[in-house]
Structure formats: C-alpha cells, structure tokens
Write a protein of this length. Structure first.
Ligand code: PLP
Lengths: 398, 122
C-alpha cells in the first residue's frame, strides 16, 4: 500500500506543537499528588513551588521579577485584563475627575486587542487608531502627536501575527515614557523569538501566551510592572488569588509547562531564529518565482524570522488554501489569522496595509517551527506552485 | 472552508474540468456569481449525437463552485441535457451537502448550465 506523504505543518503562528520539556513538566505535575497552590499544607505548597518556579522562569526570559507575572488563560485574557483594567481604573478618576479613558492603538492589532478596544469604545473609552504603511509600520511621529495629557495607555503588538512585521517597541516605549503614558505590548508572537527585556525597555504591561512557544494552550500571562505601577482594575473577581489581580485557582500543570517552554525556547532563540531566517528566505525565494505571487511580509530585518506571507493573483484564496490543506501532502497553513479565517473575512491587517480585498483574500501565511527543514521547504514550494497551476487551469488561465 | 467530503473529493479531482480540450468547438457562457461571492463558472457542452452530450467546465471560486460545476457536468453526460436543465439549485445543494452559506453555489452552476442550454438552442 502506498503511504500518504507526511502532512506539513506551517502554521506555528497559530499554535505550536508541545515541546518535549513542556510535555515532561505537564506529565510530572499531573502524576504528582499536588494540592491547591493556595493551600498552606504540603500538597498545596508543592503545587505553589511549581508555580513559583514557572514565574521565575518566565520572568527570567523577559527581565522581569517573578511577582510581576499574572497568570491568565491565554494572551486574549491577558490583553482583556490590560485594556479593560486600565480603562476601568482610569474611568474611576485617578487622573483627576472621573472621565472616559483614552487608549491609543493600531489598526493591525490582533482581534484580542482590536475587538476589546471596540467594545470599550462602545462604552465611552476614547480610542485613537494609528494607521500603517504598506509594510504595516506605524509612524512614530503620528504616535507622538496622538498622545495627550489625558492619555491612559498605548497598546501595540511587538510582532504582527499575520505578516511578522516587528514594531520598534524600544522606540515606542521611549516616546511613551517621555510623554508619561504607560505602554501595553502584545508579545504573543515575539516571546522567545525576539529579545525582550522589560528591565531595559519601559513596558508597563505585556501579554504572553504559552501555546505560541511550545507550551500548552489555555495558559498565558500578563506582565504587570511594579514600579512605576500602572492602575489596573481586576477583571476576574473571586478568591483573591494572585493578590487579587486575577482570581481563580491556578492550573499548576499548565503554568509549569509554560515556564519550562519559555525557558527552553529562550535558550534556543538565537540558533533557531537564525535557522528560520535562512529557511523563510528560501521559502520566499521559491514562492516569489511563481507568476503573480507578491509579498505581504515586511522586508529584511523588519520581519520576524519564522513568517512568510504572500498574496497570489488569479486564484481564489479559499480554493488555494483548501487544495493545500486537503490535497497530498496536506499543508497546514493559514490565510490571515486563524481567528479571522474562522469568520471567513479577508484579512483586515492586509487591507489596512493597502492590499485590495482580492489580494487580501488570496493570501497564504506560512510560519516555521522546529521540525521544518530545507527538504520540507522545497516540497512546500513545489506543492504550492502545482496547486496554483491546477486552479488557474481550471479557470482556463494557464 | 467547506471540508465536507463530497465537495472535497470532487474539488481535488474534478474529472470534468476543461483541461484537455480546445473550448473553441464547445458551447457555453461565462456566468458571474452573486456579487461579493467572487466566483464565476462556464459550463461547456458539446452534442455527440441526438441524445448524448459531453460536458466540461471552467470555474473560479471556492471549492464548492468547482465541485458543483463538476457534478453538474456529470449529470449532463449521464442524464442528458434536458434532464440536467430541469435540475434546481436545491438538487445541487443536496447532492454535494452544501452548507447554508454556500447557497449561491447551486444558483451559480444552474445559471451557468441554463445559459449554455440557451446558447445550444439558438
Ligand atoms: C498577536 C496575538 N495576540 C493575541 C493572541 C491570542 O492568544 P491566545 O490564543 O493565547 O488567547 C494571538 C494568538 O492567536 C496572537 O497571535
């Protein structure tokens, strides 16, 4: 019997496979007789030790103190806590009389930020949306001009989840600090891919997620700077865990695995990212040789190494992605983010960058991970070229 | 994305896509899909003799459009043109187990065959 060729997974920006070290930590926690980490007895304290170790590990990766880590169910919750927490705190009137909060963000943010800000706007928060150029970059002068006395927060992602564009967070943080406005960073796609040091960069709040870096899904964290401290109203109230910043019994096994995954990926960062740079360049070179393929990812060093994003002229995006996903070998990739693909809408990120709706709809995002090598890249290029040709021939174009 | 099996199997291997023919000698009109659906279809039919037909298609659109066009061409060849012209969008939907948000697909391919039928009748 002919064996089906092994499927190719090129969707590491959507989620990564669990790394071995994280799996070991998960299993060790699930096998151990652990109690509730809030309990003062032995089994409880054994769980608390796993969590403390995870906080030290994650904090170590970003240059923070362990007490500055607030565990959440993922980056979406971390971002909700940051944005809603700041808006609610501001609306209570800490900067003088009670007044609506003002938050500055960008049109190409992940929906966790974008939709949370839209919901806040409906309830009176003033939002300033910064536009982007065709590479997805904001204009720092425009950011500076958008800040005023009453601004409460700037929220910006570090690496865009569709194009891999790197925002210059140190420069943004410098402007925010000079203007006295706290900065929230969505570091979902940059954690362990780019160096991040909150000791050197004045970031007030930072969202992180385990399942983007080899950890399990369903766990994330918000870094909350202690000094200067940003006012944050808790969004999940209950048993007072995590000093009241986010209530609820902590998921020891997931948190332990997150800490280990972060430490492992950070230790491998330089070698892995250099490898991804070479592989994604090879992938782009191969794809760019196909007629009608154009880049949506940023050029050169402005792009995080694992990302390639292209638009393909003369094919229907859904047909192309389905052909790749279900033909042989199966190629798992995405068009736009996994979230917007579920809603069937073409990428608002690419449209904000000035791409036509057709180009945005016929886009492929390929993101690399540890198991990808040159042979897989070459198979992928050949497979995408063949699928494009097949669809164009069905449309009588080739 | 429609991952339903009948659609996917045909989409991945549409036996009646017009890949192997010179469409010059075939009848068929380019029919645009519902605005916004970003799809079109052209059903090409050739009469072999009084009762038998050959059918091919050209199409652009999501997998469902290609699968539905392929199915409809098969119906023309198996049932004859008149019987195929009596099919409705609901028949297409049922045969391919299309989802509610894929209704426009049945209409598109039926419209494409109707246009071809009119062309042949001329
Ligand atoms: C940039 C960015 N922010 C936020 C999220 C949401 O993360 P989570 O799945 O942990 O809620 C994602 C993942 O989809 C992302 O890529």
């Amino acid at each position: 019997m002919v064996q089906a060729p092994a499927p190719i997974y090129l969707d590491h920006a959507a989620t990564t496979p669990l790394c071995a070290a994280a799996r070991d930590a998960l299993q060790a926690c699930l096998a151990a007789p652990l109690g509730n980490p809030s309990s003062p007895h032995g089994p409880g304290q054994a769980a608390a030790e796993w969590i403390d170790a995870a906080a030290r590990r994650l904090a170590g990766v970003i240059g923070a103190q362990p007490e500055e880590i607030v565990w959440t169910s993922g980056a979406t919750e971390a971002t909700n806590l940051a944005l809603r927490g700041v808006a609610e705190f501001a609306a209570r009137g800490h900067k003088g009389a009670a007044r609506p909060a003002h938050i500055i963000s960008c049109e190409t943010e992940h929906s966790a930020t974008r939709d949370t800000l839209k919901a806040l706007a409906e309830r009176g928060t003033r939002i300033t949306w910064l536009g982007v150029d065709e590479q997805g970059r904001i204009d720092l002068a425009e950011l500076d001009a958008a800040l005023d006395e009453a601004s409460d927060l700037v929220s910006l992602m570090h690496v865009n989840n569709e194009t891999g564009l790197i925002h210059d967070i140190p420069a943004v943080a410098e402007i925010c600090q000079r203007r006295g406005v706290p900065l929230h960073v969505d570091a979902c796609q940059s954690l362990t891919r780019l160096p991040i040091d909150v000791a050197a960069t004045p970031i007030a709040l930072m969202s992180m997620s385990a399942h983007k870096i080899g950890g399990p899904p369903g766990v994330g964290a918000l870094y909350v700077r202690r000094r200067p401290r940003v006012g944050l109203a808790p969004q999940i109230i209950g048993g007072g865990q995590q000093k009241g910043r986010r209530a609820g019994t902590l998921a020891t096994h997931q948190i332990a695995a997150f800490g280990v995954a972060a430490e492992t990926a950070a230790a491998e960062r330089e070698t892995q990212q250099a490898r991804y740079r070479g592989l994604s360049e090879r992938l782009w070179q191969g794809l760019s040789a196909i007629d009608g393929v154009t880049a949506n990812h940023a050029a050169g060093e402005d792009r995080a190494a694992p990302f390639v994003n292209v638009s393909v002229a003369g094919v229907h995006g859904e047909a192309l992605r389905a052909g790749l996903a279900y033909g042989a070998p199966n190629i798992a990739l995405s068009g736009g983010s996994a979230c917007s693909a579920a809603r069937g809408a073409s990428s608002y990120v690419l449209r904000a960058m000035g791409r036509t709706p057709a180009a945005a709809a016929a886009s492929l995002r390929l993101t690399l991970g540890p198991e990808i090598d040159e042979a897989i890249i070459d198979t992928t290029i050949a497979r995408i070229a063949a699928e494009i040709t097949r669809l164009r021939r069905i449309a009588g174009q080739a | 994305m429609s991952a339903q099996r009948p659609v996917m199997a045909r989409f991945l291997a549409p036996a009646r896509a017009a890949l192997d023919i010179d469409i010059g000698g075939w009848h068929g009109e380019h029919v645009q899909g519902t605005p916004g659906a970003d799809a079109w279809c052209r059903v090409l039919v050739q009469r072999d003799d009084a009762h038998s037909y050959r059918a091919r298609f050209l199409a652009f659109g999501p997998p469902g459009v290609i699968a539905a066009a392929d199915w409809l061409c098969e119906q023309v060849e198996q049932r004859g043109l008149e019987a195929a012209l009596a099919l409705t969008a609901a028949d297409v939907e049922k045969a391919l187990a299309l989802a509610a948000d894929e209704r426009h697909i049945g209409l598109l391919v039926i419209d494409a065959l109707t246009a071809t039928g009119a062309h042949l009748g001329r």
